[in-house]
Design a protein around this ligand. Structure first.
Ligand code: SF4
Ligand code: SF4
Length: 855
């Protein structure tokens, strides 16, 4: 891209200067009024690639509704928007209310920050010491003197834990003030010393004292059971420009630790201040994240989002709240992709560091061995010859050789090695810094399809921190393949250099033979480890954008070797006319991808976020293609747009409209059943999920949920249901589907709803019956494929179980025999020891008796 800009705008670097002159009202004047993305990213590189530049010359005018002021700029001439530019837009004017955090009720579960659609609720987990040190740094940066207090921070942090009275803790000062007073008594501070320390402590409190802090079991109490030095505080910050007051966070918080309140100036300035502090605090530690990630009682997604690295993979609010479920899902996808790729980059960097180190060592050794060790006469002559100029090592070595010094240097070999070290350093720079200062993006992604996710295409707001290509027309699969080839070309160049370095370090690189071999490297010859160096390409589209041709293109893409990850967002709320065809098309699409045994296939959604997370992590990590069909609620398609979208996510799963499915072709076995799992589904052996339905007066009844219950929630299907009084010929749809065609003629299929007065029945139309039957048949097919239904796998399972049991019994018998034998031997040995002891004792007694007799 940069090359393209440079070729189209050869003078861009010189001519593309800020339009603001000295004295102008420059939007970049006040650092704290800058959008967070500009503060966060390093903003290096050529002028026309800079985020700040894009803000000043383009986005600023959009953000302030002054488009007529736009100036001609390379950025506006190419269809490119830098990452995270959505954070330039301040949505504070539009909101009427703001969340209020009550730390006393908070458990730190993470539901709120995972479900915030605008990534406006970043969390932080921090220890006392770090909190105090950061506050001291902030105070110092504002010109306040923190000299005497710094050395006592450690002691104060240690003491802070002792004075926590959970019920009284609402913010940092509730913990720190009693701790300070106690420390001052313990240390017997008084007079001027106490005054200075108190002034400095107050300066620290000014910064972080009002920061809400929660004392939770997860972060504080449980870690302290292991060591009294452990225990961290939990807090939430609210991004003042991104929070739209949508109230999702308050809706999902079961502990009522978040509530919505009408906004006012005081609250606005509070959240601004707290967010500024959050930005300066260090990220939640890797250790804490890792601990929670492996804690089965803590949500893996929450653990991931505790790190701002992952939380900030998407930023900025949208103009409409309608697409919130899509944004939440995409946030999970981007964070997971980042989490999968980061360790691979770290591993590549480690390998690069080692190669650079080993090769540099070798170069040094070669150079030093080429120079004399004790006779410095010739060396000194050579240095004098340079006459003040710097002479190259090669010149010196040549002088030594001419003088009879017998260590020669192969300058061709040496300069090749030196160049190689430089190349390796450049690769490292590209990965860690690059022209933008933040290194190569972890993955690339392409938003395909004609209507896909309009909210993500609003110029100039880019919500993603990794490069995004928006593709309006033509074939997205081919485009994503093109992107992949671009990455592959670069990665193969890196791998070639790394492979050459491995040989050079052993002095085993022969340019004649190895060059040819290494230059011919392609994807198939890369090792599994090397394949991991290639950033995955995510192709994201709405499932409803795909026609049969689109599915065929996807099939071809997924039958290939490359790790292209196709993500379809499926709202499962199509029209009466098209639903059946779309359900069948998607189902056969998934089956045909599975039948190639080449791609990872996953279907799921936020209805089971743990399953979704593990499926995404697994599929993204595979060095081969993957297809994710993910459910995303389209609120405007449903009768009750105010209902929490997460309820729709559960219903679509439990009605079998969108069952969870995971297929991993790398699991060996000749049967698909070994590679397919349906763990994310409730009652996976049964046709339908049985739920307890509230029917008023605290009564519940057991009810089988079907696709009809899902259709009932949708605007387009509402007229296909009619309220009916319960009569003898009315039967539940799930029972109706068990009947043959003849029996069906004499009954009316219906679904029921629990209402305050009891139960209400609704008849279902033939279209609803037809699709419910199709959905059931598709579910039964998946069950069969997964080996949960047909007799054969069950028989096989029984056989395997029998075999295992007999093997176990044999092993148990053998173990018992060995144990008995060992016991017998031990008993015998013990008896022998006792016998020997007894014998010795008797012997000594008889000796004593003899002695007595003699005496
Ligand atoms: S959802 Fe509620 S309890 Fe859970 S972390 Fe958020 S505020 Fe705390
Ligand atoms: S109100 Fe909405 S935007 Fe604001 S923090 Fe809560 S979920 Fe996020």
């Amino acid at each position: 891209l940069l090359q393209q800009i440079q070729s189209h705008y050869p003078d861009a670097r010189e001519d593309s200067k800020s339009v603001y002159k000295a004295g102008d009202k420059n939007p970049l004047k006040t650092f704290h009024d800058l959008p967070m993305a500009i503060r966060r990213y390093k903003d290096k590189g050529a002028n026309f690639t800079k985020l700040s530049r894009f803000y000043v010359d383009t986005a600023f005018f959009y953000a302030h509704d002054e488009q007529e002021e736009l100036v001609a700029d390379p950025f506006t001439a190419v269809p490119v928007v830098p990452g995270a530019s959505a954070s330039f837009f301040n949505h504070s004017i539009k909101r009427n209310q703001l969340p209020v955090f009550n730390p006393r009720n908070c458990t730190g579960c993470g539901d709120c920050f995972v479900h915030c659609p605008h990534s406006a609720l970043p969390p932080i987990v921090i220890g006392f010491e770090q909190l105090l040190k950061t506050a001291a740094n902030i105070a110092t940066s504002k010109g306040k003197l923190i000299l005497k207090f710094s050395p006592v921070i450690k002691n104060l942090a240690k003491l802070a834990g002792k004075f926590i009275k959970e019920k009284d803790v609402e913010n940092a000062q509730d913990i720190l003030i009693p701790a300070f007073e106690n420390l001052s008594t313990q240390m017997k501070w008084d007079g001027e010393k106490l005054e200075i320390l108190r002034t400095e402590f107050n300066a620290i409190l000014d910064e972080i004292g009002a920061m809400p802090m929660a004392i939770t079991d997860t972060f504080y109490k449980l870690p302290r059971l292991i060591s009294k030095d452990n225990g961290e505080l939990f807090s939430l910050a609210i991004n003042p420009s991104a929070c739209t007051g949508c109230s999702i966070c308050a809706q999902v918080c079961e502990e009522e630790a978040l509530s919505m309140q009408t906004k006012d100036e005081k609250r606005e300035s509070e959240i601004k201040h707290q967010f500024a502090i959050w930005e300066k605090l260090p990220d939640t530690s890797g250790e804490t994240i890792n601990r929670l990630y492996h804690d089965k009682d803590y949500s893996s997604l929450s653990a991931l989002f505790l790190s701002r690295n992952y939380y900030m993979t998407m930023t900025g609010a949208s103009n409409s709240e309608l697409h919130n479920p899509y944004k939440i899902l995409l946030h999970v996808i981007t964070a997971t992709a980042e989490a999968v790729v980061q360790p691979k980059i770290i591993s590549q960097l480690k390998s690069l560091d080692k190669l650079i180190h080993d090769l540099s060592e070798q170069i040094h050794k070669k150079l030093s061995s080429a120079l004399p060790k004790d006779n410095f006469e010739e060396l000194s002559k050579s240095l004098r010859k340079a006459n003040g100029e710097i002479n190259t090592v090669e010149e010196m070595v040549q002088d030594m050789s001419a003088a009879g010094h017998d260590h020669y240097i192969d300058s061709v070999d040496l300069s090749r090695k030196v160049d190689l070290v430089e190349d390796l350093k450049k690769i490292k720079w590209t990965l860690t810094e690059g022209p933008t200062g933040v290194g190569r993006s972890r993955y690339g992604f392409l938003l395909g399809g004609a209507q896909s996710m309009d909210w993500a295409r609003e110029f100039p707001a880019n919500h993603f921190s990794n490069p995004l290509v928006i593709h309006w027309s033509g074939s997205a699969p081919q485009q994503s393949l093109g992107l992949f080839y671009g990455h592959l070309r670069h990665t193969i160049e890196y791998v070639k250099k790394m492979r050459q370095a491995v040989l050079e370090i052993k002095d085993g690189y022969d340019p004649e033979t190895n060059f040819k071999e290494i230059s011919a490297l392609d994807w198939d010859q890369l090792t599994i480890e090397e394949k991991k160096y290639i950033p995955p390409i995510l192709l994201i589209a709405e499932r409803s954008d795909l026609n049969q041709g689109g599915w065929n293109d996807l099939n071809k893409l997924l039958a290939g070797n490359y790790p292209i990850k196709v993500i379809l967002m499926d709202h499962m709320a199509s029209s009466v006319k098209s639903s059946l065809a779309e359900i069948n098309q998607t189902f056969s699409g998934l089956l045909s991808v599975m039948s190639t045994k080449n791609a990872f296939v996953f279907q799921g959604g936020m209805g089971d976020s743990e399953h979704l997370f593990s499926g995404l992590m697994d599929g993204m990590d595979k060095p081969f293609p993957a297809l994710f069909n993910l459910y995303a609620t389209k609120m405007d398609k449903h009768n009750n747009a105010n209902l929490s979208w997460s309820l729709y996510a559960s219903l679509v799963l439990n009605s079998r409209a969108f069952p969870s499915l995971r297929y991993d072709p790398s699991i060996n076995g000749s049967f698909l059943s070994g590679a397919i799992e349906l763990e994310g589904n409730r009652n996976k052996f049964k046709d339908w999920v049985e739920e307890e339905l509230n029917v008023g007066n605290d009564d519940t009844i057991s009810y089988k949920v079907s696709w009809a219950d899902w259709a009932f929630t949708q605007k387009q299907w509402r007229e296909k249901f009619e309220a009916i009084e319960l009569k003898n010929d009315v039967i539940l749809l799930t029972d109706f589907l068990q009947l043959d065609q003849r029996a069906r003629k004499s009954v009316i299929p219906a679904i029921l709803r629990g209402v305050a007065e009891g139960v209400k029945y609704y008849t279902v139309s033939p279209e609803v019956v037809e699709i419910s039957e199709t959905v059931l048949s598709n579910w039964n097919t998946i069950q069969e494929l997964a080996g949960l239904r047909t007799e054969f796998p069950l028989k096989l399972k029984e056989e395997v179980e029998k075999k295992l049991q007999s093997r176990y019994l044999k092993a148990e018998a053998e173990l018992k025999r060995k144990y008995d034998e060992q016991l017998k031997n031990q008993e015998a040995a013990q008896a022998e020891i006792m016998r020997q002891k007894l014998k010795d004792k008797l012997l000594s007694l008889s000796l004593m008796a003899n002695r007595k007799v003699k005496s």
